[in-house]
Design a protein around this ligand. Structure first.
Ligand SMILES: [Zn+2]
Ligand SMILES: [Zn+2]
Length: 230
């Protein structure tokens, strides 16, 4: 009951800055706090968004090209972006979804996208949590881009056990069979939206399935990218 009340209050009352509490003119994050957010690296691999010393793909993407074509990460997954993602996910701070969508539009996205496809949750997890944070970010984004919001082309059919501590081969095995698709995507250019990209194995498997259905391009937009291991 309290959680429901929280949700209703959050939805009805214009929020001050989520981080410092200062008035933010209807935005989730004030200008001063925004300037302090941990940005994406100045030079990032265009394919998987990890920091690189010079332009071009990182060694990992050169050696083992993932099924997706590119990744834009808005932020590094560090304080306080981790708190913002958590608040959207578990406390339904929907103003943050609009905020992330606005940052993505300012940042620039791959051209000629046909659809925005939020990373699906497993139905059991969706039922437990009540909403999919990626859908909430993708919705205003698709509207602003004037493209479709695609909610049925990719289905999560299996939950993915934790990926931490696994080797690349083990992670790939771990995500096999996580998704299914029965949609004809021939010639379509898909923007997949996910909140946090850690190893890229889940996004890689999603892209593999979308391309198997004929997708011409699969580009990723992630709110935050964790630094590469080691
Ligand atoms: Zn602030
Ligand atoms: Zn890379």
């Amino acid at each position: 009951m309290l959680r429901l009340l929280d949700f209703v209050v959050d939805a009805l009352i214009p929020q001050d800055c989520f981080l410092c509490g200062a008035p933010a003119a209807g935005r989730a994050i004030c200008t001063a706090c925004e300037a302090e957010l941990p940005g994406a690296p100045a030079q990032a691999c265009p394919c998987c968004a990890v920091p690189v010393a010079s332009g071009g793909r990182c060694g990992e993407c050169l050696q083992h090209p993932p099924a997706f074509d590119s990744t834009v990460a808005l932020f590094a997954f560090a304080f306080p972006v981790d708190r913002m993602v958590h608040a959207l996910k578990y406390r339904h701070r929907l103003g943050l979804a609009d905020y992330f969508a606005a940052v993505a539009l300012r940042r620039g996205l791959p051209p000629d996208i046909d659809m925005v496809l939020p990373m699906p949750l497993h139905p059991a997890r969706l039922a437990e949590r009540g909403f999919n944070q990626s859908v909430e970010i993708a919705r205003p984004l698709a509207r602003a881009l004037g493209v479709g919001l695609e909610l049925s082309a990719l289905k999560r059919v299996r939950n993915i056990p934790t990926q931490s501590g696994l080797s690349r081969e083990e992670r790939q095995r771990n995500v096999r069979g996580a998704f299914d698709s029965a949609t004809d995507l021939r010639g379509r250019r898909v923007l997949v939206l996910d909140d946090v990209m850690t190893t890229g194995a889940t996004l890689g498997e999603a892209a593999r399935i979308l391309k198997r259905r004929g997708a011409e391009r699969v580009d990723n937009l992630v709110i935050a990218r964790t630094p590469p291991p080691g």
